[in-house]
Design a protein around this ligand. Structure first.
Ligand code: KE4
Length: 428
């Protein structure tokens, strides 16, 4: 078991100052029950709680920690940059280096704009696509999360083909109505939506490998069809690679699947753990952005020198070695071990994986979309989550989140995880 005294005291106080005691809802453990632990420090594949417990971390701060926590090259880059100042609000050389690095790794990006979160990146990309096409409607997919901008907190409306409904209090129906929400992996739904909104759809935004409903994969041919129909219909194809970017391949999912989106959104890894977002793509679209064009977008801390220094260090380290081969091998080993653990315990599990992103669902049938994912046994997941935590392994505190491996996870870490899973699954 992990000790909790200091975390509990901190959480009790945090509840007095911060809504729900957390600065982002998923951290509150509401999906798994119990209280969150507080972290004192993190190094490599491990986090250390304020009560002194060390946990093997498969959340990796939700994706940024692809090289493990506190990678020495990232830490020294941030320290060196900090000696020269923490923010200028004036162009600095790091911004040019970062833009050049992103373009070198993602050939579909002619120009890129830095911002401060994945939410900002996706929100801005949609505004840009609307400005470029002079159309209002756009398509997103059930289970895909693109941050918390109003137009993205939308669920399929009753007239799902023609308008969306708010999925959060505070989002006006007038805002939500322009957002069309379709099931992922459903080509017929795409065809029907474009037919019902001919000439009105500005963009389609998609997580090419959705990591916010757990993890599921595009069916063969699906992304290719999406690229074809958006090109035919004059809609901007936006790949939200905030999670998959620079993780599934040096050039992200678009490299792995060989698709050329018009715009791409990035975040997480390119900040090396510091606050960052970015969006980029075809130059003729990007040049619609202020100060060149009529689409406004801005940010006090965009291109912040510390975030840029951290992200540059991360991308250069990823590019230097054989990180992607390592991540694939680690992912395959973890998958094989967890499948074996479930088999030996006689527990039906569907395990989806793409490189170093994964999700195990407590259900025997395949998971290709959110509806499938919702049928998994969440009570079993809760027991599994807490059982693994007691074994010193921290998975995401929700069935509907992806897990992340890093280059810092060792064979011993994976062996411990798999042996612990074999023990815990027998108790489910
Ligand atoms: P941020 O605004 O949280 O930096 O990024 C939003 C975002 C956009 N697109 C994708 C594909 C994302 O996964 C995210 C954020 N991911 C969540 C994890 N599911 C962040 C964790 C949180 O909300 O605390």
């Amino acid at each position: 078991m992990i000790s909790r005294a200091k975390s509990e005291a901190l959480f009790a106080e945090s509840l007095q100052h911060i809504p729900g005691g957390v600065n982002s809802p998923v951290r509150a453990f509401r999906a798994v029950g119990g209280q969150p632990f507080f972290v004192q420090s993190a190094k490599g594949a491990r986090v250390t709680t304020v009560d002194g417990d060390e946990l093997i971390d498969y959340v990796g701060t939700w994706g940024p920690a692809i090289l493990g926590h506190s990678h020495p090259k990232i830490i020294s880059a941030v320290k060196a940059a900090a000696d020269h100042g923490t923010s200028f609000g004036i162009p600095n050389p790091f911004e040019v280096t970062m833009a050049r690095l992103i373009k070198s790794l993602v050939p579909n990006v002619d120009k890129v704009r830095m911002c401060n979160s994945g939410t900002e990146a996706c929100m801005s990309a949609i505004r840009l696509a609307r400005g470029f096409t002079r159309r209002d409607k756009f398509i997103k997919f059930d289970g895909c999360y693109h941050g918390h901008a109003d137009c993205l907190l939308v669920k399929a409306g009753s007239g799902a083909l023609t308008f969306g409904n708010p999925d959060s209090a505070g989002v006006p129906a007038d805002t939500a109505k322009h957002t069309l929400v379709l099931p992922f992996n459903d080509i017929e739904a795409l065809k029907a939506s474009f037919a019902a909104n001919r000439g009105e759809i500005a963009a389609v935004i998609i997580e090419p490998v959705p990591g916010n409903g757990g993890l599921y994969l595009p069916r063969p041919g699906y992304l290719e069809f999406l690229r074809q129909i958006t090109a035919e219909q004059g809609a901007v194809l936006i790949f939200d690679e905030v999670m998959t970017g620079f993780r599934l391949a040096p050039g992200g999912a678009q490299e792995r699947f060989g698709i050329r989106p018009d715009l791409s959104c990035f975040g997480k890894i390119i900040g090396g753990g510091l606050p960052v977002g970015a969006f980029g793509g075809r130059g003729e679209i990007m040049d619609y952005l202020a100060p060149l064009g009529p689409v406004y977008q801005a940010g006090t801390l965009s291109g912040n020198p510390l975030a840029m220094a951290a992200g540059i260090a991360a991308l250069e380290e990823l590019r230097a070695g054989d990180a992607y081969a390592q991540l694939e091998a680690k992912g395959a080993a973890l998958e094989a071990g967890l499948r074996e653990a479930a088999m030996s315990a006689g527990i039906p599990v569907t395990f989806n994986r793409c490189g170093s992103m994964f999700c195990g669902y407590f259900r025997g049938e395949p998971v290709w979309n959110l509806a499938d994912a919702m049928k998994s046994d969440r009570e079993r997941f809760k027991k599994y989550f807490h059982g693994m935590l007691a074994e010193g392994v921290y998975f995401a505190p929700s069935q509907f989140e992806a897990g992340f491996l890093s280059t810092a996870h060792t064979e011993a870490d994976i062996a411990h995880t798999v042996q612990a899973a074999a023990r815990v699954m027998k108790t489910l």
